[in-house]
Design a binder for this molecule. Structure first.
Ligand code: ADP
Length: 519
């Protein structure tokens, strides 16, 4: 290459680099590389295949007599797999083919780009960016021996510029896609989202923010976030200085809607960075439904308390008075009727108390009625309560309490109800004439209670679910039940710091186990 040629090459490279620098659109970049490469070398045709990180073709374009055909990945698949381009991709080396008919790397194809009647010589270069292969460029000419070594080195230099231009365009395309996706998520969010500066001035809002607040987007963009909701300065800091850079703070508040109404909301606040600048993102979740449910829960508790509990207490005391007025010992029929009524009211009382406990514990209330309780006598009471049921099915119930167990500090009525629930379930779900064993033993840091039966056991996939509210193994079981018993047991045991779970016994049947910590 003489001096004159070198200068020309440098000029070509400079003008190509300028041309490529003016756009970040991938298809424009591809078309410029093809046009400039063919024009500078004087070839009629060229193809460019863009590759992903696994060297699979993801985009391609062909130029033929100055006419560009984009999106030609499918047409160039076999060239990339088997042809000259494939060889260049695999070897990451350029290739100069003076005569295509004598080069086995040339894939003879009768149509389109590689028409053998037209493509007599070829030049193919890998396009690299930061040592990674991003594409392959093939230039062909209808004459044999058309390309020179100088053409190859010039094309090599053009390839370096092109590789970087393609990579930049790909990165730009990727960041555009990410930005678009964020914008879509922002707009489609079911929660109102607002972006503010560090002083709380609203800079961006999504559609939902306008819909829920009743303000137009333009009106919101003139407001400060503090005018839109009651700020909890103890969570955010009065100058938003407590909002973390990683993670978020959340608090309950009220949204001041345009019509003057207040909407209960949960606010999630986080700091975000965009193009190096810090902003604050506010997600204002509408919690009206949750609040309504809380009110409903309160109403239900009040209803159970006043409308069910008090009349039931009256029935219980009336039965007691009756039992003193009517001499039962002499009349077995009256005694039996009395016992049925009394057992039924006890059951109802336990059910109501468990419903109330579920409500209280779920609402986060602590157990206050804790006293030292003897394990043996509590188990004896529970067994005695369930005995009529168990005997009516001809089942056998046994107690196994390790001697010398420490007292446990619990709400006795509540933990006894846990035991009664487990024993009643064992009896209910097991066939007649089977055995139930209630046991208690010492384990490190706790007393462990077990209720064993010879029933059907619990299918593997249900072992966790049965402790959730309204979950039953067989929802259509003929055995009556709401699926609340075990949910109560779990809440009661965990509120005492213990654990509850179920295991299947090796033979048949289940073992429900719970622990109560002891000091
Ligand atoms: P309920 O008995 O009202 O359905 P529970 O919460 O007490 O509700 O029990 C949930 C489910 O767990 C029951 O429906 C039953 O399918 C299953 N289950 C509970 N205890 C036993 C047991 N000892 N043996 C077999 N299945 C049981």
């Amino acid at each position: 290459m003489d001096k004159q040629d070198t200068r020309t090459s440098l000029e070509i490279l400079l003008s190509i680099s300028r041309e490529l620098a003016t756009t970040l659109d991938l298809h424009t970049v591809l078309s410029r590389i093809l046009t400039l490469s063919t024009a500078n070398i004087g070839a009629e045709r060229a193809s460019l295949v863009v590759l992903d990180e696994n060297a699979k073709p993801v985009d391609a374009a062909i130029i033929y007599d100055g006419k560009l055909t984009p999106n030609t990945v499918n047409q160039l698949q076999d060239v990339v797999a088997n042809g000259l381009a494939g060889w260049v991709i695999r070897n990451k080396k350029e290739a100069l083919v003076p005569d295509t008919s004598k080069d086995i790397r040339w894939l003879a194809r009768s149509r389109e780009f590689n028409d053998p009647s037209q493509a007599k010589s070829a030049l193919c270069v890998p396009l690299m960016a930061q040592e990674q292969l991003v594409g392959v460029l093939t230039i062909v000419h209808a004459g044999v021996n058309f390309f020179t070594e100088d053409d190859l080195s010039l094309q090599h230099a053009i390839a370096d510029l092109s590789g970087i231009a393609i990579r930049n365009a790909q990165l730009y395309e990727y960041s555009e896609a990410v930005q678009k996706r964020y914008q879509e998520l922002f707009e489609d969010s079911i929660d109102p989202i607002l972006i503010t500066d560090l002083d709380g001035k609203i800079l961006e809002v999504n559609h939902k923010a306008a819909q829920v607040s009743g303000y137009t987007e333009e009106a919101l963009l003139k407001m400060n976030i503090t005018a839109l909701h009651d700020l909890k300065a103890q969570s955010t800091g009065s100058h938003f200085d407590r909002i973390p850079l990683v993670g978020m703070v959340s608090y309950e508040s009220s949204l001041h809607c345009q019509q003057g109404s207040l909407l209960p909301i949960e606010v999630y606040v986080s700091k975000i960075t965009s193009l190096g600048n810090p902003f604050i993102q506010w997600i204002l979740r509408d919690i009206e439904v949750r609040k309504d449910l809380d009110t409903l829960r309160g109403d239900l508790t009040a209803m159970i308390y006043h409308d069910l509990r008090s009349p039931l207490a009256n029935i219980v005391s009336s039965l007691e008075i009756l039992s003193t007025l009517i001499p039962m010992e002499d009349d077995s029929a009256i005694k039996s009727v009395y016992q049925i009524a009394s057992r039924s009211t006890d059951r109802m009382q336990r059910l109501i108390n468990s419903l109330l406990d579920i409500n209280h514990i779920e609402a986060g209330m602590q157990i206050t009625e804790k006293n030292p309780v003897q394990v043996g006598s509590m188990i004896a009471d529970a067994v005695e309560t369930t005995l009529p049921n168990v005997l009516s099915k001809n089942q056998n119930i046994e107690k196994q309490v390790t001697a010398g167990l420490p007292e446990i500090i619990v709400d006795e009525d509540m933990i006894k109800r846990v035991l009664i629930n487990l024993i009643e379930n064992s009896s209910k779900y097991s066939p007649g004439r089977t055995d139930i064993v209630v046991s208690a033993s010492r384990i490190p840091g706790a007393v462990q209670f077990c209720v064993d039966d010879n029933g059907p056991g619990i299918p593997e996939g249900f072992k966790e679910h049965i402790f959730e509210k309204f979950n039953r193994v067989n929802a259509y079981s003929t055995r009556k039940g709401l699926g609340l018993g075990l949910a109560f047991c779990r809440l009661a045991v965990t509120a005492h710091g213990g654990k509850i779970w179920v295991e299947n016994k090796p033979e048949t049947g289940s073992r429900f186990i719970f622990t109560i910590p002891v000091g």
